[in-house]
Design a binder for this molecule. Structure first.
Ligand code: C2O
Ligand code: CU
Length: 575
């Protein structure tokens, strides 16, 4: 049955103030960005104020407007009493600058990554990626939008006046406890925020308006549409413009995904409509749909959350007079950009990632709807590396979901092209550059990408589920991009003093290192295939690995040694 919920029906403790004008985050432009992560406080409900986190303000952060080709410096200063991190979601930057869990910004510290903007024009974002605290930090308010501009997008007749006809919409649902504190331990995210504003309304000029939709929620997928059923036009996805604009009445976005739409309000002057989420139309298995999982694998409290499976209002829109400046855009371009996907003809490596439940503790009884979940039978470990990618490798990644719920799979560093979803080509608005893709239950997604820059044998990138609760629980892995032609010296890092000899060799490798107790040695060929893998509880000072067998063809190999807190990679050659 279809539930229709309007905000008046929300929890009684919410203030009965009519509506709040939608906050438009301030912008920062230029090439040096000073971002102060700070404590804040907001009064969303009667009773206690809500402690928040924000960047340069009490909640959320400024929108950073950058140009493709610029070299930018981000001075991220953490004034919180706790450590955090900032990740530039979707931007193609080096692992050192990318702000993963390894780039911790201690309380009081400043982190100043410097990088070139290499992405196409589009809507990206920044948010914390800290060990186990991503969900809490994002929900408390650390998140902001990044708008990249470039010549192709600038040449199109699109609304482009920020806050007037080009509107950022950071859409989030959040949970609060009885003291009005942000709470991440339940699935009761029933308060809806846009740009950090609860119960927002927006006065839209009666002309063509662009909305940059970002799903910044921890768990919930939205199925956007308008209450009057009007058609709108999607122009952009995660990694930039679509090749052609797409008229539609619904746009589904999972956590982490972005969608740029343009809406023609010119015939609606004086009217009020709502931006809605039509979650009653979403298929089962998506967090936010009517039911999740297959009985009895249900998620605690899920059915008590009245937004799940309901059609609910996200924002009121009052259509007002058109602007004089900017001069209203009156038509929507159809051809937007040239889309040249990676060719699946010359693929170097195929990899498979299985999303499944995992036992974190010996007495865990994993549940196919609520987890705990892992990837390829691993949960995230700061000190190990799950995948080694050779620089310049064109790769097809197949993500197989063996669970009862949908997981938005996200990869750092690169944008990808979806090749197939469960064996069929992607829908038009997933045909383009993506960095998050929702993998439906018992379904699979194949995408192609290429790792063209930023070899670094020490700092990993991440791939993970963008349901922040799952990410925090370890549904994440790490990968290094390594230059296989770099000399042994350049690849070798760390404190293990790893030495392998002879190299090159035709019959054996003698492995010498300062071992900790438990050590894993893996040897991969340049196709990413694991040729050798062994876990040692005790190692001889000189461990001898025979390589005379046929499975070791002549060629280059990468040996990864994981020992306690140390990780080293070495380049080897079989003659
Ligand atoms: Cu938006 Cu790894 O995250
Ligand atoms: Cu997940």
């Amino acid at each position: 049955m279809k539930k229709i919920i309007f905000l008046i029906a929300l929890s009684a403790v919410e203030l009965v103030h009519s509506q709040n004008p939608l906050a438009i985050p301030p912008t920062l432009t230029g090439t040096t960005f000073n971002l102060n992560i700070q404590n804040g406080s907001e009064s969303y409900f009667t009773g206690n104020p809500t402690p928040t986190y924000g960047i340069n303000g009490p909640i959320l952060g400024p929108t950073l407007i950058v140009n493709k080709g610029d070299n930018v410096t981000m001075n991220v200063h953490n004034t919180l009493t706790v450590p955090t991190t900032i990740h530039w979601h979707g931007l193609h930057v080096s692992a050192m600058n990318n702000g993963g869990p390894h780039d911790i910004i201690a309380s009081g510290a400043t982190w100043s990554p410097n990088f070139d903007i290499k992405n196409d024009a589009g809507t990206y974002w920044y948010h914390p990626h800290g060990a186990g605290k991503t969900e809490l930090h994002v929900m408390k308010g650390i998140a902001g939008m990044i708008i990249v501009r470039d010549n192709i997008e600038s040449a199109l007749n699109l609304p482009r006046t920020y806050g007037i006809d080009d509107i950022p919409l950071v859409v989030q649902t959040k949970s609060f406890d009885v003291l009005n504190q942000v709470y991440v331990g339940d699935h009761m995210d029933t308060s809806i925020f846009v740009n950090g504003t609860i119960h927002p309304y927006f006065d839209a000029p009666s002309q063509v308006v662009r909305f940059r939709l970002l799903n910044g929620s921890s768990m919930r997928t939205f199925n956007f549409g308008f209450s009057n059923g009007m058609t709108f036009t999607q122009i952009g996805i995660d990694g930039g413009l679509l090749a052609n604009s797409l008229p539609m009445t619904r746009l589904q976005l999972a956590p982490g995904e972005r969608g740029e739409i343009v809406v023609d309000f010119s015939a609606l002057n004086g009217q009020s409509i709502q931006l809605m989420s039509y979650a009653s139309e979403m298929p089962d298995g998506i967090f936010g749909a009517t039911t999740v999982g297959i009985v009895p694998d249900v998620i605690d409290m899920y059915a008590n959350n009245f937004l799940n499976g309901a059609d609910f209002k996200i924002m009121d829109i009052n259509v007002v007079s058109p602007t004089t400046t900017p001069v209203p855009v009156t038509s929507i371009p159809t051809a937007l950009t040239t889309y040249t996907p990676y060719s699946a003809v010359n693929v170097d490596v195929n990899r498979t990632f299985v999303l499944d439940t995992i036992r974190l503790l010996p007495n865990d009884v994993p549940n196919l709807a609520s987890g705990p979940f892992g990837i390829n039978n691993h949960t995230f470990n700061m000190d190990s590396i799950n995948v080694i990618v050779p620089l310049n490798s064109t790769e097809i990644w197949t993500i197989i979901n063996k669970t009862h719920i949908a997981h938005p799979f996200h990869i750092h560093d690169v944008q990808f092209n979806v090749l197939e979803k469960n064996g069929v080509p992607p829908v038009p608005n997933e045909t383009g550059w993506k960095d998050v893709i929702l993998v439906m239950p018992h379904d699979s997604v194949k995408f192609i990408t290429k790792f063209t820059d930023f070899a670094d044998s020490m700092t990993p990138y991440m791939y993970h589920c963008h349901l922040l609760h799952h990410e925090d629980d370890g549904m994440m892995g790490s990968f290094l991009v390594i230059d296989p032609s770099a000399s042994l010296q350049e690849i070798e890092k760390g404190e293990m003093d790893l030495t392998v000899y002879p190299n090159p060799s035709s019959d054996l490798w003698n492995v010498q290192a300062k071992w900790n107790s438990e050590t894993t040695i893996e040897i991969h060929n340049l196709l990413g295939e694991k040729i050798y893998s062994k876990k040692y509880s005790h190692l001889n000072e000189n461990e001898i690995i025979s390589i005379s067998s046929l499975k070791f063809n002549s060629g280059i190999y990468l040996m990864n040694v994981n020992s306690g807190n140390s990780f080293e990679t070495i380049r080897l050659e079989k003659k």
